[in-house]
Structure formats: structure tokens, C-alpha cells
Design a protein around this ligand. Structure first.
Ligand code: ZN
Ligand code: ZN
Length: 380
């Protein structure tokens, strides 16, 4: 995507960094920007999300290769079809964190997943033409939207908080226990404030303290020419909202309706064009369709059924991915239900044609004859 930041820059590693270097850089940054350490810091939350996204791609060999290709060939990968994936980005995060923080406290506070809302996935149906030519569409869906009145905090005017006395604002509590191995300390998320470190004093009247409201969200989207079923558009922050955190993303993929004339393969268009055998034999002008208009094309005489003609640059025009071709396959249509006179006319015509004038038929007859050499064909 055009606004996508470079994953290597996000993690601060060289492009040829080893898997270990990437892992190590990720751990450092994930700790630095982790929501537990940056309560209510929106910038850190955004960084945390970026770091996770970068790690998710660069730690997977296949995704990394696809991403490298995209970096070197901007635009070739299409609308993010090649990489990025649909997973939330927290895949193996819990595991890594438990090994960083968990050990000392006997498995204590975990990453606060509640800081990021869930992604929403939707499929939009587009007509063949809208997908091929690009279009502007409004898209409506229902989601938990951050409450505007309290800025998603759930507190009256976004301000009515009191310090959590149970955890002293830290969001975690420690309990010590006497066991046969001695005293152990357990660390866990503060149940009073849910790890937020603060408690809502007076609830927001709009969302009743939830921090979000269920709403019909309408988006106007510019859909670029050439999207297909592997394309998706990711709208950051348009997923489900959570109290005191970042909303997830909206991930929109496409279903493309078939067309009566055109078939697509990438940015190339295919058309099957039926012609009469008179046109095939003698040549003639036919109308060839493109996405915008038709043009006249002179079929040369002696055109065979199944012959293809390629018109360069008359396929789908994608601003990011170049221009496809139009490939026309000619099919000679043999009329059915002939009248007596028509039959006679055809028989007369064919009787005047020498077998040498039909090269393929002659070659085929010769080849079939020579198929079994001198040996006569025997039934098994
Ligand atoms: Zn607390
Ligand atoms: Zn509210």
C-alpha cells in the first residue's frame, strides 16, 4: 500500500537482517511500546501495532519474500493481495511475552490484548465493470464505534477518573503466597481497573461507560481499477472499538460478478467472438468490445476457428499495475437447420475445393494413415 511504512525501518534492521536479528529487534521494541508500560499513550499504541505488523510479516519466510518483492516492485503485488494477511497481528506475541516477563513472577501479567479492538472482515460484491474500471462505492456496516462524547474512555467527558487504589495506578497487583518451596509472588491484572490503573468515577452518559456505541458506519471508498477476489482494502481503525484502546481494522475483500462477454485473468481481458464461415473464409469486419467502446477489426481471410488476436493495451488499465491486453478468440459458427437449397449450395461449394486447400485436414489424414507403420491394426 502506498502509505505502508517500511517494515525494516520500523524494526530498525537492515534489509538482509537474519531471523534472529529480526526477533531480537522485535522483542526490544515490543517491550518498549507495550500497552502495559504506556498506559493511555496513543502514540505508543500505534507504534506497538506497527511493530507487531512488521514482525508478523518479516518473521514468516514466505510473507517476507512476498514483501521484499513488493518493496522492489512497487505496485506489482496489487492492493495488498500478496502479504499482510488477515490475522490480527498478535499471533505469537503472548508466547514471547511470557518468556520475557513471565519467568520471574511465576507466570504473571500477560499482554493486555484488550488494548486493541477486533478486526472486522467484510466482503463487497462488485459488478465486473466496477471492478475492472474502478469505482467509488459507499459501504455500510455495523460496528462498535468509539464513543465521541468520552473519546472512547467510558468516563464522563473523558475526564471523570479516579486513581485505582487497589493497584496504585500500576494496573497489576501482586499477591504473595507461602508454599512448601518458600514465598512466591504472583502478579496479575488488577481486577478493579482491568489493568487500566484508573477507575471511571462518573460514567459517560452516551455510552453508559462502555467507551463505544453500536452504530451504522458508512464509508465512501475509492476502489481502484483491477481489483479481484484476492485484493483487499484495509481501513485502519475502522474495526471494533474497545474501551480505552485502539479500534481494530476493517478488512474489505471483494466478490466479482461474472460478465456476459468478458472474462478476466489479472489485467487481461478475454472475449470469444463468433463469426460466420463466410467471414472466416473470405475475411470481413467485426465489432470488438473493450471496457469503454467497440472498435472495428478486419478479420483476415482464411481465419481458422479458435484463432486468437491480441490487442495490446486494450485490457484493464490499472494506475498502479500497468495495462492489460485484450485477447479475442474467434469461433466459427456453423449454422444449424439448413434448408434444402442451402445444403445444395454448401455441397457444391465443398466439391469444388481441393483437399490441398485444407492443409490441416490433409496432414491429419496422412498422419492417421501412418500411425501404425506397415503393420495392420489388430484388435486386442
Ligand atoms: Zn487497579
Ligand atoms: Zn462515552
Amino acid at each position: 500500500m502506498a502509505d505502508k511504512k517500511n517494515y525494516y525501518d520500523i524494526l530498525g534492521v537492515q534489509k538482509n537482517a537474519s531471523a534472529d536479528e529480526i526477533k531480537s529487534a522485535y522483542r526490544k521494541l515490543a517491550m518498549k511500546y507495550h500497552p502495559d508500560r504506556n498506559q493511555g499513550n496513543a502514540e505508543a499504541a500505534e507504534k506497538f501495532k506497527e511493530v507487531n505488523e512488521a514482525h508478523e510479516t518479516l518473521s514468516d519466510q514466505q510473507k517476507r519474500a512476498a514483501y521484499d518483492y513488493e518493496l522492489e516492485h512497487p505496485g506489482m503485488g496489487g492492493m495488498g493481495g500478496g502479504f499482510g494477511g488477515f490475522e490480527g497481528g498478535f499471533g505469537d506475541f503472548g508466547d514471547i511475552f511470557s518468556s520475557i516477563f513471565g519467568g520471574g513472577f511465576g507466570g504473571g501479567a500477560r499482554a493486555q490484548r484488550s488494548a486493541v479492538g477486533e478486526d472486522i472482515q467484510r466482503i463487497m460484491t462488485l459488478s465486473f465493470m466496477d471492478a475492472a474500471k474502478g469505482c467509488t462505492k459507499t459501504f455500510s456496516y455495523t460496528r462498535n464505534e468509539p464513543c465521541a462524547k468520552c473519546e472512547g474512555t467510558g468516563a464522563k467527558d473523558g475526564l471523570s477518573f479516579s486513581h485505582c487504589s487497589r493497584c496504585g495506578g500500576k494496573g497489576v497487583i501482586q499477591t504473595s503466597r507461602q508454599t512448601m518451596f518458600g514465598r512466591t509472588i504472583q502478579q496479575s491484572v488488577c481486577p478493579d481497573c482491568n489493568g487500566q490503573g484508573k477507575i471511571i468515577k462518573e460514567k459517560c452518559t452516551e455510552c453508559k461507560g462502555k467507551g463505544f456505541v453500536k452504530k451504522e458506519t458508512e464509508l465512501t471508498l475509492n476502489i481502484p481499477a483491477g481489483v479481484d477476489k484476492s485484493s483487499y482494502i484495509k481501513k485502519r481503525g475502522f474495526g471494533q472499538a474497545v474501551q480505552g484502546g485502539e479500534p481494530g481494522d476493517l478488512i474489505l475483500s471483494f466478490r466479482i460478478e461474472p460478465h456476459k462477454i468478458f472474462v478476466r485473468d489479472g489485467f487481461d481481458l478475454f472475449v470469444e467472438l463468433p463469426i460466420s464461415f463466410k467471414t472466416a473464409a473470405l475475411g470481413g469486419t467485426v465489432k470488438v468490445p473493450t471496457l469503454d467502446e467497440t472498435f472495428d477489426f478486419a478479420i483476415p481471410e482464411g481465419t481458422q476457428s479458435g484463432a486468437t488476436f491480441t490487442f495490446r493495451g486494450k485490457g484493464i488499465r490499472s494506475a498502479r499495475n500497468g495495462v492489460g491486453n485484450l485477447i479475442v478468440k474467434v469461433l466459427v459458427e456453423v449454422p444449424t437447420k439448413l434448408s434444402k437449397d442451402q445444403r445444395k449450395a454448401i455441397e457444391k461449394m465443398q466439391s469444388g475445393i481441393d483437399v490441398k486447400q485444407c492443409e490441416k485436414m490433409k496432414k491429419y489424414a496422412d498422419n492417421v494413415e501412418g500411425l501404425y507403420g506397415d503393420k495392420p491394426y489388430k484388435k486386442a
